[in-house]
Design a protein. Structure first.
Length: 640
């Protein structure tokens, strides 16, 4: 997420000072490029590993600050949520055993994070989206208390002028509104960095835009969000929504969002890209300039360009230009942000090797891709890959449409192998990482496909929450075996062990498949719904989804016994018999508290409300069923 030290409040003077520093940084970079000061002839690779912290029940564990203190390693930094962590890997010169060394360092940092997390009663899970996340986890209590994130939340919310909303369609459909930017915390990526020569930047950046689609198609690992089956890589859709600072007027005139694929091919240099960002996106965070970049440059020194880097960190294209300094030399690199975290370290490094091999081989094979493919086709390919994974069809530089597996196996993998060989990568490592991609594509089992197949195999056993926890538990177990995802076995069934993990709060047991009525609906409709769906309680909500009442089977029996109300003229409306403003609970309400409410008030169900909206219902039968399962499991646990 970039620089952590930012000013909390921006006044007009601060903004002008920062803007001047930003423009000076851009002029300094132009001069550095003109004089050949930016490093050329060296290619380095690097990566950022984002990860989830999970508790004993596989839900998010808000212990990132504690884990950072225990790990005490400069490679680790905080992320936007208290249940996220990020590790920055050591840059490596491309060649030799660089990918094996990347895998070894990833294993090391993940081990350190896991050790620190376990000391805090948590663990580390790699994934694109944590399957067990719920809306209740995305409150401001879980926002990392660092100036950068507090200011981003304040400013983006202010610019947005209201709530954030997401509407994503896949096998299921999700439409959600939220009052802060923590929807972004649902996402975790494995960001690959590749240093490129400044004179080749435009060509290399365009190429990165083109190849991201097939690489992503083979890497998808985020099919679930808040219990819904959406895109194969739902992160792509969600991240754009969660950081969308556009007003309704800006959206109406189709202004590009801060998260996106871009606006067109580059034709000149990296300066063109930075100019677009400065002109298009207003400054939303500032920091006191730590130097006069032009003055530093005039003294023959290398400026840090801190203002440019800070502003660049508030724009999130799927391929981002980055300026950095390594061993005292300034350089340019391309940061690919599209690849998800997980499913395993081996899978992640294989994805990085595939991307890097194509970036190395294709300039010689294709030349300038902007001359053989339209930008619209590149963008369409990217979103098709995110939505359908290996099921996508991609329009390629030959002008033909290819199914993703055929394009990857028949054309791109041989080129990636040649590219890595050209870069001097050891043959055994080429076989290890590109062999992993080849097997994954041939088998057709990406992380996304494994999750969806496993969910289907579990069927309707348990609640949706229980199935998601079982899925997360299986992911964690398999990640620690180091077997790549195409070798993971499908979860055959839910099993009873998940009940003990999943009985702590109402949200774990509630039903979200609700049948509701409105206050003006006919009572006969309620009676029919109860009969058809075999339910004894029907919530009453208004047009905005707010809970306003509850009809129970007792209400209907009372109506039959006592007859129509005296003031009733014609068919009876639900409002005449409903219990107004019924007792309700939140998803985070502990089960014992819910049981006590039912006992005290002699009621058989509790509507579940979150953010003033009806989200579920829990009944006495749900609690009895859970208790029975736990009772059955008890002897098994005692015998172990």
């Amino acid at each position: 997420m970039g620089e952590q030290d930012v000013d909390r409040v921006i006044d007009e003077h601060q903004q002008r000072v920062f803007m001047k520093a930003l423009l000076d940084d851009l002029r300094a970079l132009e001069q550095m490029l003109e004089t050949g000061m930016v490093e050329s002839g060296v290619r380095r690779i690097g990566a950022e590993q984002e990860m989830f912290l999970v508790d004993a029940n596989l839900g998010p564990a808000a212990v990132a600050e504690e884990v950072l203190g225990r790990v005490n390693d400069s490679r680790f930094v905080a992320e936007i949520a208290r249940f996220n962590l990020e590790a920055n890997l050591t840059p490596l010169v491309l060649g030799g055993r660089c990918f094996r060394r990347m895998e070894e360092e990833l294993t090391e940092v993940l081990g350190l994070a896991r050790l620190g997390a376990r000391e805090c009663g948590a663990d580390v899970l790699l994934g694109g989206i944590l399957p067990t996340l719920a809306m209740s986890d995305l409150g401001l209590k879980n926002l990392t208390p660092r100036p950068r994130y507090l200011e981003l939340n304040r400013v983006i919310s202010q610019l947005r002028g209201g709530t954030f909303s997401a509407h994503i369609k896949g096998a299921d459909e999700l439409q959600v509104t939220h009052d802060n930017i923590l929807m972004d915390a649902c996402n975790a990526s494995f960001q690959v960095h590749l240093q490129v020569d400044p004179q080749d930047f435009a060509c290399a950046y365009n190429l990165a835009q083109v190849i991201t689609a097939p690489v992503l198609a083979a890497a998808v690992n985020s099919p679930l969000l808040l219990g819904r089956r959406l895109w194969q890589e739902t992160r792509v859709a969600l991240f754009q929504h969660s950081n969308d600072a556009r007003t309704s007027a800006q959206q109406a005139r189709s202004q590009p969002p801060r998260v996106g694929f871009g606006e067109g091919w580059l034709t000149q240099s990296v300066i063109e890209l930075f100019r677009r960002q400065i002109a298009r996106f207003r400054v939303i965070v500032t920091a006191e300039p730590d130097e006069d970049s032009l003055a530093v440059l005039a003294r023959g020194l290398v400026p840090g360009l801190s203002a440019l880097r800070l502003h660049n960190g508030t724009v999130w294209p799927w391929n981002r230009a980055c300026y950095g300094i390594s061993e005292g030399r300034p350089h340019l690199r391309i940061e690919n942000r599209a690849l998800p975290g997980g499913p395993t370290i081996l899978d992640e490094v294989a994805n990085a090797a595939f991307f890097t091999g194509l970036m190395t081989a294709l300039p010689g094979e294709y030349g300038e891709v902007s001359k053989s493919m339209t930008f619209d086709d590149a963008a369409t390919n990217f979103f098709a890959a995110a939505r359908y994974g290996l099921g996508s069809r991609l329009t390629w530089v030959d002008g033909k449409r290819h199914i993703a597996p055929a394009l990857i196996l028949d054309h791109l993998l041989p080129l990636a192998r040649a590219g890595l060989k050209q870069a001097g990568v050891e043959g055994t490592d080429i076989d290890r990482y590109l062999g992993t991609i080849e097997e994954r594509v041939r088998v057709g089992q990406t992380g996304a496909q494994w999750m969806l197949k496993s969910l289907a195999a579990m069927g309707d056993e348990g609640t949706s929450d229980m199935r998601q926890r079982k899925l997360a538990a299986a992911m964690l177990e398999r990640q620690q075996s180091d077997a790549p995802v195409h070798r993971w076995t499908i979860i055959e069934g839910y099993g009873s062990e998940g009940w003990r993990q999943s009985h702590h709060t109402v949200g774990h047991l509630m039903s979200t498949d609700l049948f509701t009525v409105r206050p003006d609906d006919l009572v006969e409709l309620v009676a029919r719904v109860m009969e058809w769906r075999d339910v004894r309680h029907v919530p009453v909500e208004d047009d905005a989804g707010r809970l306003v009442g509850l009809v129970s089977h007792r209400s209907l029996l009372r109506l039959l016994a006592q007859g129509l109300p005296a003031d009733t003229d014609g068919p009876v409306a639900v409002r005449s018999i409903m219990i107004p403003d019924p007792i309700s609970v939140a998803p985070a309400t502990p089960i014992p508290e819910a049981v006590e409410l039912m006992r005290l008030h002699h009621i058989g169900s509790l509507p579940v409300v979150e953010n003033d909206r009806l989200v579920g219902i829990v009944t006495v039968y749900d609690l009895l069923d859970s208790s029975a399962r736990l009772f059955e499991e008890g002897p098994k646990l005692q015998s172990q």
